[in-house]
Write a protein that binds this ligand. Structure first.
Ligand SMILES: Nc1ncnc2c1ncn2[C@@H]1O[C@H](COP(=O)(O)OP(=O)(O)OP(=O)(O)O)[C@@H](O)[C@H]1O
Length: 251
């Protein structure tokens, strides 16, 4: 069974259904991109995998176990999680924030992992800088480093490239790709469909809490799905750098 597996997930928030029979999985070595319009349920699905949103039906499994059967500590050991919310309450230096991603290692080991993770996201120079003295994109990199500092091979990342400059967006996706290639399982929500197609093994398209398409990127993001789910008249253009989405709003 894939390390990240969700079947027939049902969940509600404020009396509204936010997951409606969702099936998603990410196997070993796989980077799966979760895409869909605003409000489609991407964050809800990721939160359900992390055990932070209770399912009314169906099941979410982390390495084979129902997430509900795991304690918060066990969940944190099994899966790294980057939430969409980028707030950092304490004005701690970046290195200490990133080290929080490996809370079950000794302080020294955690700091060593944190340093590597900061370098991986191009934020090594921020190691000693307080969170309150950073730009939004710099904070986003530090929080991503926190997720990458986790020794867990499973990673849930909710819009990890939001607010990052174009170079950093690709750098971050390369790091997530490398984590998957090293045998990890990565589920990442994205709004940039061209980047999703460039980096993901599979794309899962969510709309109204339902999976409306899933598969290799260009199959899942077919012209029909682009139109019905995203309201786009779109087509994929092959370039030397990979497929590029050419699109305009559907009339
Ligand atoms: N705390 C809440 N109470 C009630 N409804 C909520 C709450 N949080 C989210 N929702 C609703 O749940 C649905 C799914 O939201 P979710 O954040 O999972 O979507 P998303 O696909 O991540 O969206 P986005 O791309 O805008 O981040 C939306 O209709 C949203 O309005």
């Amino acid at each position: 069974m894939a390390p990240l597996t969700m079947r027939d997930a049902e969940a509600s928030l404020g009396g509204r259904k936010v997951l409606d029979g969702a099936d998603v999985q990410a196997g070993r070595g796989e980077l799966v991109a979760l895409v869909g319009p605003n409000g489609a349920g991407k964050s809800s699905l990721i939160r359900a995998f992390a055990g932070l949103l209770a399912l009314d039906g169906g099941i979410a499994r982390l390495s084979g176990d129902d997430v509900r059967a795991l304690s918060p500590r066990q969940r944190a050991e099994r899966v790294a999680y980057l939430p969409q919310e980028r707030r950092i309450a304490w004005n701690l230096p970046a290195i200490e924030i990133a080290a929080l991603g490996a809370p079950f290692l000794t302080g020294e080991q955690a700091l060593a992992r944190a340093r590597v993770a900061l370098d991986e996201v191009g934020a090594g120079h921020l190691a000693d800088r307080g969170a309150a003295e950073m730009s939004g994109g710099e904070r986003a990199r530090v929080l991503l480093a926190r997720a990458l500092a986790s020794p867990s091979p499973l990673l849930l990342a909710d819009e990890p490239i939001a607010g990052l400059d174009p170079d950093a967006q690709r750098l971050v996706l390369e790091r997530l790709r490398a984590k998957a290639d090293a045998g990890g399982s990565v589920l990442v929500s994205l709004h940039d469909l061209t980047l999703a197609a460039a980096f993901a093994d599979r794309v899962v398209v969510l709309d109204g809490g339902r999976v409306v398409a899933a598969g290799p990127p260009l199959e899942a993001l077919s012209p029909e799905v682009l139109k019905t789910t995203f309201g786009l008249d779109g087509r994929w253009v092959e370039t030397v750098d990979g497929p590029l989405l050419a699109a305009r709003r559907a009339q």
